[in-house]
Each structure stands twice: as C-alpha cells, then as structure tokens.
Design a protein. Structure first.
Lengths: 505, 50
C-alpha cells in the first residue's frame, strides 16, 4: 500500500511519543506509506528530522495569537488560510485525528483525505450517529480509568482498520519493528558529559499534573539511598521544574548529593531522551520521560497515581509499573496530590531498584506483548494479566472476530432483552430497509439509552469500538455489519468468563 | 484587543455547534483561529504561555 497518512496529535510530548509509536506499528505493516504530522511548537523536537515522518506541519499558534491580540482580522485569516492550504497540498489516503478536541476536529474537516478517523467538526453534527457514520470515530470507554487498551494500540488499530476498509488488523509487527527507535537522532547534551552510558540511573520527578507527582521528599529519599549504594543518579526535568529539583537535591545529605547529576532545564527533549536512553533504569511518574525511555528501549520503573497504566503506561516490553491506585477515578484526579503515590515510600522503591524487592501493598505490573491479540498487556509476578487487560482481550476478540464479517447473527448469541433488544431490533430494521426519515434519530436514541444503562459494560464498549472503521457508502450494508458486531459483542459477553472489574467495582 | 470580525464569526460558530447547525467556511476558519490562538496546552496552563 502506498500513499500518505496525516496524523494530528500536536500537544503534550508524551502523547506525541505515543502517536509516533502507533505510526511505527502501522509502518511495520505498510512500510511504503508516508506519514505527515501536525505538531505544536513545543513538540517540534520530537517530529522534525524524525525518520518515521515525511513532512511536519507546525501549528502556527504563536502567529495566530499575535494577530488575535493585535485585532488583526485580515492577518489572522490569511495565516490560518495559509496553514490550511499547506495541509491541502496532499490528497491523503487517511487522516487520523488522534487529538479529540475541537481544534483537531476543525482541522480534520479541512483535510483532503479519502478516509478520516477521529473527530471531524464540519457541519455541526460532531458527536452524533450520523457523523460517526462519516468519521469512523474510534472510541474510548466512558470510564477512562478502565480503558482496556493501551493508547498506542488504540491509535494503531484505528489507523489500520481505516486503511483496510474495516478489515482485520494486520499481523502483529515483528519484534524488531516494535523495538525500533521512534525518535529523531538523539544528541548527547552538554549537561550529560559526566554520565557514563549504562552507568547511571535517571530520575524524572516532575509533571505538569500535581496528581502524577511523587512527593519531593520521597524523591530526596530515593536519591539518597541509591547514591549511598554507590549509584550515580541523573535528574531530568523541564526548566520550569528546576526549583523542585533544587529542593529535592537540597534535602539529600551532602556526600550522597555528590553522586547526583542535575540535568534539569539544561536539555532539549531529545537531549533528555539521550539521558533516558543510556540509563540503566529510568524512574519516573506517568510523564514524558517514561514515554521517552520506552521509545528508546530503556527500562523504566513508572510510579502511577491517578492515571491508568493500561492506557498510558510505558509501551514496550519489560517495563515495570507500581500502581498505587488500583481503581483510577473516572475523572482522572490530576489536579491534587495523589494519596496512593504519597503512601509509596522511598525505601520501598529503593529496595526494588537495589534488591528487586517488590513494594508491599501495591500491585507491580510488567509490560508484555500479547501476540495473539497484537497488543500490549500488563502482567503480575504470577504472570496473570492485569484485570483491565483481561477485559481488553475480550474486547479484542469481539473486534477481531467482527472484522472477518463471518455473518454472526442472533442465533449465535443469547436473545437480548431490555434496551439491548430494542437496539438490536432497530439495527435489524435498518439493515432490512426501507428506512424512514426518523430512522437515524431512533437509532441514536436507542444507542443513547443503552449507553446510559450500561456505559461501561463489555457489550456497549465492544459495539462502540467495533462500529468504527465500518465503510459508510452503503448504509444498509453498514447497518448489517453493525448488527453483526452487536451480536458478536453479546456472544462474547455470554461466553467469556472474564471478570469485568468495572462493573464489579 | 480581539479582532472584531473573527471574534463574531467564532462566536457564531460556537452558537451553531451548540445547536448542531451547519457552519460556514468562514465560521470554521474563525473558530479554528480562535482555538489555536487562545488555546493553552496542559503545560501552559500550569506554567504559563511561551
């Protein structure tokens, strides 16, 4: 397959790294596809000169802000038109808006692409059933804390399915492809001159979110213990995080502090990635440093608080996650200090680093690859999967089975009652046709009813995701496929013995 | 000082989106410009704009 794909996910460096990892997955299946990328200025170091990408479009936010603040109507429209025109020079095979916000949706509306995945704001029907037919929206569960897929797998599946006309995902990419670097060439920063590659630990204490930060005093304790054991510790962070790093180091006793190398604020993102790439271990929260480590194949120990490690943990094999919140809140409590993280003591983390002893009272997960499903999974010391990953495997069975269009109908599934039955009857009616003018509204209402009743159950979640990427030109065929996929989800639920941790909560 | 025409068009776009009404091309451009010009990333919300 040749042609080009445009990916929109401009903000937050950690998210951009994950989008690049998803692009790598897709390129492993379609090496001849070219990828272009829409990024923000703050992330340009991750995308410019990146061998995965053909072209990079930087959002002209600063120029637009200047014109907006100057009241310059003509200049504002000229600049935004110029940017749109630059995107429209290529007719894309696929445009993937992984940036599910309004600006991304509007941009998606202007892009010239055979297919689009992700939010598109064009005619005001952005989130309705009708627009889902048009946009191949990919879904995440209403409760993000229970998301059963890693974001990279979700992004990759959305792109692969859209490229393949709703067909199955391509076979899992080769190990070599998954291990390949997804960043531009790394440059050793001056601040890292004292570091011996492979001879130090890298700690990244900061995060823009207070809820993701392990307390500074805990970092001080960890630096002290590791340094006293004879290890060199490099500290990384953005310039804004320098006061925090200063406080952390000031609380470390002087002899141990001498083994700490403060690189905070003295590197670019790529320079920071060099430090992480060459560390024996990177210790961090759910941050860009964790994603940079994973992207370069460096082992990471990630300390998770309110976010969901299944969804945004380090992507790749052999990373370790301490999950201090086994049931992350649906609304991601990122703005306040996380009580679970505060309970994780520095001596426990040091004991794991130095002696391999697991912290007491917190689940420890290792990232692994589920070759059958072609997706990342987390497993415990007993090799059992994380409950959300087990749920994800059930979802993937529905998605993968639905992709082969084997014609599953209700005969293979338990007869649905209640709102499930109502939705099923409407789907069947639509597939048979003819459909009156109110059909889509009735379908939308039935879906909404079911969502409200069971927004986190496997059937609804699988149905939502399985409907994405369906071809839309023939509405009757589309509705037949929807009906089959709904039946598959019912069947999977009936046959699966997988516990659903969300419903049980 | 906000650009008067762009601000009015962006507001019109917001109103129409709330009512699921179609947007004109100019409204889409104005809303996009406003979102990009005034948008703050997660880091900017915490640490201020560049």
């Amino acid at each position: 397959m040749n042609g080009a794909v445009l990916v929109l996910l401009p903000h937050n460096p950690g998210d951009v790294v994950m989008a690049l990892q998803a692009i790598r997955r897709v390129k492993a299946s379609y090496p001849d596809l070219a990828f272009d990328y829409v990024a923000s200025e703050e992330c340009r170091g991750l995308v410019e000169g990146n061998p995965l990408l053909r072209s990079v479009f930087l959002l002209p936010r600063r120029a637009l802000r200047e014109r907006w603040e100057a009241g310059d109507d003509a200049g504002l429209f000229a600049r935004v038109e110029e940017f749109i025109a630059s995107l429209r020079r290529t007719r894309y095979r696929l445009s993937a808006n992984l940036y599910q916000e309004r600006a991304g949706g509007l941009l998606q509306g202007f892009i010239d692409a055979e297919r689009k995945v992700g939010l598109e704001l064009r005619d005001g029907t952005d989130m309705g059933v009708a627009s889902r037919f048009l946009e191949h929206l990919f879904a995440v569960p209403a409760d993000r804390g229970g998301n059963a897929f890693h974001a990279v797998d979700l992004y990759a599946r959305a792109m692969l399915r859209s490229l393949e006309d709703g067909g199955p995902d391509s076979p899992a990419p080769a190990k070599a492809a998954l291990a390949a670097n997804v960043l531009p060439p790394l440059v050793r920063p001056d601040a890292a001159r004292a570091l011996v590659p492979g001879g130090y630990l890298a700690f990244h204490p900061g995060s823009a979110w207070p809820g993701k930060r392990w307390p500074e005093a805990h970092w001080s304790g960890l630096v002290a213990r590791c340094a006293e054991a004879g290890l060199t510790v490099a500290l990384t962070g953005a310039p804004e995080e320098k006061p925090s790093i200063d406080r952390i180091l000031a609380a470390v006793p002087a002899p141990a502090r001498a083994r700490a190398v403060d690189c905070c604020g003295a590197t670019t993102l790529i320079g920071s990635a060099w430090i992480h790439a060459h560390a024996r271990l990177v210790v961090t929260g759910d941050t860009v440093a964790m994603h940079l480590a994973a992207a370069t194949g460096a082992p990471a120990l990630a300390l998770f608080g309110p976010s969901n490690p299944v969804e945004t943990g380090p992507y790749g094999r052999g990373h370790v996650i301490v999950q201090t919140d086994p049931a992350p809140a649906p609304d991601l409590a990122l703005h306040t200090e996380h009580a679970g993280l505060a309970r994780l003591r520095p001596e426990e983390v040091a004991a794991w680093i130095l002696d391999g002893e697991a912290p007491g009272g917190f689940p420890l997960w290792e990232t692994a690859w589920d070759a059958d499903r072609g997706m990342q999974t987390l497993q415990g010391a007993d090799r059992l999967p994380h409950p959300a990953c087990a749920r994800g495997a059930g979802l993937a069975r529905v998605l993968d089975a639905s992709a082969d269009r084997s014609g599953w109908g209700l005969r293979q599934a338990p007869a649905p009652g209640g709102m499930r039955g109502a939705l099923y009857r409407i789907l069947e009616e639509g597939a048979r046709g003819p459909r009156d003018g109110g059909y889509l509204a009735r379908l939308q209402a039935a879906e909404k009813d079911l969502e409200e009743e069971t927004r986190n159950d496997l059937v609804w979640e699988a149905y939502r995701i399985a409907c994405n990427g369906l071809p839309t030109r023939d509405l009757a065929a589309h509705l037949r496929a929807r009906t089959e996929r709904f039946a598959l989800a019912l069947r999977e639920e009936a046959h699966s013995r997988i516990a659903d941790p969300i419903r049980e909560r | 000082m906000e650009p008067s025409r762009a601000a009015a068009l962006a507001q019109s776009a917001e109103d129409k989106l709330a009512k699921a009404l179609p947007l004109s091309r100019e409204e889409q451009l104005a809303l996009l410009a406003r979102l990009l010009a005034r948008q703050e990333t997660r880091r900017e919300r915490k640490y201020g704009s560049p």
